[in-house]
Design a protein around this ligand. Structure first.
Ligand code: ADP
Ligand code: MG
Length: 354
């Protein structure tokens, strides 16, 4: 290229811009599925059924029995920044709206073919529509793009097909469907444990056996036993509120009788699955005094933090989340875990002595 003359600056095509933005939110099928699951839960679903083909690259399908989407909203539901969960700017600092920016469905529709079938309780039929690049598109060339009436139960089914069909570099980076499927199962497992009262199933398309299958009547502990097995009999329950720091911690942590090659850490902040590496490090160092060398615990924690104290500048789909007074909050959680472990350990010693 000519380096002596300035070249004209041109604006990138809007669909290219949207595709780039979408790629920042959806890195792999498991990210898309996490967003879709959160939407089902936000819609009050008690039953969520997931079907996957080729690690979600060929097909991600999710069916729920939530409140559905109104017919008149179907034309804009996949546009960027359209949401039923956030009304004004100030709401952004409220955690019940954390992660609600109306970007998920739009992003998915920019990198996959999306079909939505949905019915609200007060409608006498369901409607189905297809989407591409945020907009309604005909199901077949030459037909109308308008939502079509069809049969269906109250709730929503969303299908994303050929994920990253238009992003060849991303597609190439995700070569291993079974890796992607394991990441999907990990997301489903986390949400199933955190949402007792909601039944989850996840299976591969064409298989008649589910790889995850929880009941809406099961307790958290039942779900942990169902998904992770033995650890369920070696757990200590945790629950404590901190008024000054304005947060609560609940969960289950493994005792000193149990260990893993790698830490299994399920962290939810205000009901969204997130990661926090300093909290993880603190927990690991506490367990180091209780567990054999280079072994690790199972820890499921649910934090409820005053919404105003969670950093909303962190992008909603970034997994690493920070919050106000982070050091104090982490120290308080660490102390709680330390206490419970010490208690459990001394009662164990006592039992073996008698
Ligand atoms: P957000 O969740 O941030 O609002 P999304 O792009 O994830 O943005 O979803 C856009 C809107 O689509 C939601 O606000 C909701 O009104 C509707 N929606 C998406 N999924 C579902 C679902 N499973 N059930 C009911 N409504 C849904
Ligand atoms: Mg959403």
């Amino acid at each position: 290229t000519d380096k002596t003359n300035a070249r004209p600056i041109r604006r990138l095509d809007e669909t290219v811009v949207n595709r780039i933005a979408a790629g920042e939110i959806i890195h792999r099928p498991a990210n898309a599925l996490k967003e879709l699951i959160e939407n089902c839960l936000d819609a009050g679903a008690t039953n969520i059924q997931i079907t996957i083909k080729d690690g979600g690259l060929k097909l991600l399908q999710i069916l729920d029995n939530g409140h559905g989407i109104r017919r008149e909203d179907m034309s804009i539901v996949c546009e960027r920044f359209t949401t039923s969960k956030l009304k004004k700017f100030e709401d952004l600092s409220n955690i019940s709206t954390y992660g609600f920016r109306g970007e998920a469905l739009a992003s998915i529709s920019h990198v996959a073919h999306v079909t939505i079938t949905t019915k609200t309780a007060d409608s006498n039929c369901a409607y189905r529509a297809c989407y591409s690049d945020g907009k309604l598109v005909p199901a077949k060339p030459g037909t109308s793009a308008e939502p079509k009436a069809c049969a269906g139960n109250t709730g929503t089914q969303i299908t994303a097909e050929d994920v990253f069909y238009n992003v060849p570099t991303r597609r190439k980076a995700l070569k291993n469907p079974s890796d992607e499927y394991n990441r999907i199962l990990d997301v489903v497992n986390r949400y199933a444990i955190h949402n007792s009262g909601v039944s989850f199933t996840c299976k591969k398309q064409g298989s008649n056996q589910a790889d995850v299958n929880t009941l809406s009547t099961s307790s958290t502990l039942d779900n942990i036993r169902h998904i992770y097995g033995n650890v369920a009999s070696e757990l200590i329950e945790l629950g404590k509120s901190f008024r000054k720091l304005e947060f609560k911690v609940n969960g289950y942590i493994s005792n000193a009788n149990y260990n893993l090659k790698k830490m299994n850490f399920l962290l939810f902040i205000n009901h969204r699955a997130v990661e926090n590496s300093s909290l993880k490090k603190t927990i690991e160092s506490i367990y180091a005094t209780y567990l054999p060398k280079s072994t690790h615990p199972y820890v499921y924690l649910s934090l409820e933090i005053n919404p105003q104290n969670v950093d909303v500048n962190v992008h909603p789909t970034k997994r690493e989340v920070s919050f106000l007074n982070e050091d104090e909050v982490i120290a308080a959680i660490g102390d709680t875990i330390q206490e419970r472990l010490a208690d459990a350990n001394s009662s164990r010693v006592f039992l073996t002595q008698t």
